[in-house]
Design a protein around this ligand. Structure first.
Ligand SMILES: NC(=O)c1ccc[n+]([C@@H]2O[C@H](COP(=O)([O-])OP(=O)(O)OC[C@H]3O[C@@H](n4cnc5c(N)ncnc54)[C@H](OP(=O)(O)O)[C@@H]3O)[C@@H](O)[C@H]2O)c1
Length: 267
């Protein structure tokens, strides 16, 4: 990749072709960042670039990459070369619905690689330079799902819990270094994510309640990242829901999530 030798700082966003990643890219462009946008789909990336470039002067580099493939983080890091990454947003993700005994392992291992391995490896690779420079911001996309177990989406909930726990732990290690890590934990948000979760044998979510707009959720997370906040839960109700598992027995919370999932997907 060409070295971005502009005076602007550079931000890297994964899953930037749609939804929250795209909205975060817009916010970064608005703040004058050059952008490296990574996604699995080049056509959607091109569309996103066209729209961002209409309003902003950022230098935008597109990288088409399946970040669930093994070693994709190292490949991406190598491709970026000497460009200094000031902001890293690990956003790419998807959900899988279904009982663990029946779901497809290939897709599940892709999701675990994307959420757990690639997020962790990209953080490690880019953190080194940030620490040497004494500045940098990392935003890891977690979820409200991170705060309790999620029957019928067990691995999704567990992988988002991993992202939250990992981000909180290293945010503590990084105090005083000039580098911050933020875990953004949105509740249901109106993006293509919901349709992807619904692929296969289930219908789309029935409970259309407390659904955030992608631009509002991204703006909240972006502000939290700029302030160096460790955990960001957008929305008053979501903040409350994130605290419920502390006060209710875990078995009860898990049973409630199961009821919601069943109601959500019933015919
Ligand atoms: N929407 C919600 O309700 C919600 C709530 C909490 C957390 N989140 C999290 O927010 C993040 C962004 O999701 P979103 O809601 O904005 O959904 P989205 O619109 O589907 O955006 C996700 C983006 O990631 C890309 N992507 C998926 N797999 C990838 C891979 N293997 N390699 C590279 N890119 C990949 C998708 O590309 P394709 O579409 O072409 O596959 C898509 O452009 C995810 O981590 C999700 O778990 C979402």
């Amino acid at each position: 990749m060409e070295n971005l030798n502009t005076s602007a700082k550079t931000a890297l966003v994964t899953g930037a072709a749609s939804g929250l990643g795209y909205e975060l890219a817009l916010l970064l462009a608005g703040d004058g960042y050059d952008l490296i946008l990574v996604d699995i789909d080049k056509i959607n990336l091109e569309k996103a670039k066209l729209i961002i470039a209409k309003d902003f002067h950022s230098h935008i580099t597109l990288i088409e990459k399946d970040l669930s493939a093994s070693n994709s983080a190292q490949e991406l890091f190598d491709e970026i070369g000497n460009t200094v990454i000031e902001v890293l947003i690990n956003n790419a993700g998807f959900g899988i619905y279904g009982s663990f005994g029946n779901t497809d392992w290939e897709r599940e291992s892709d999701m675990l690689n994307l959420h757990v391995i690639t997020t962790t490896h990209l953080t490690k690779l880019f953190l080194k330079g940030m620490l040497e420079r004494g500045s940098g911001k990392i935003l890891n996309m977690s979820s409200l799902a991170a705060f309790q177990p999620g029957p019928m989406m067990s691995l999704y909930y567990a992988s988002k819990a991993y992202i939250l726990s990992f981000s909180e732990a290293i945010a503590n290690e990084l105090i005083g270094t000039g580098v911050t890590v933020t875990a953004l934990c949105p509740g249901q948000t109106d993006t293509r994510f919901q349709a992807v979760v619904s692929e296969g044998d289930c219908t789309e979510n029935k409970i259309r309640f407390n659904i955030g707009n992608a631009d509002d959720v991204a703006a909240y997370g972006y502000r939290a990242m700029k302030k160096g906040k460790t955990v960001a839960v957008p929305g008053v109700l979501n903040k409350f829901l994130s605290k419920v598992p502390r006060f209710v027995p875990r078995r009860t919370v898990t049973a409630i999530i199961r009821k919601i999932q069943d109601k959500n997907r019933s015919d």
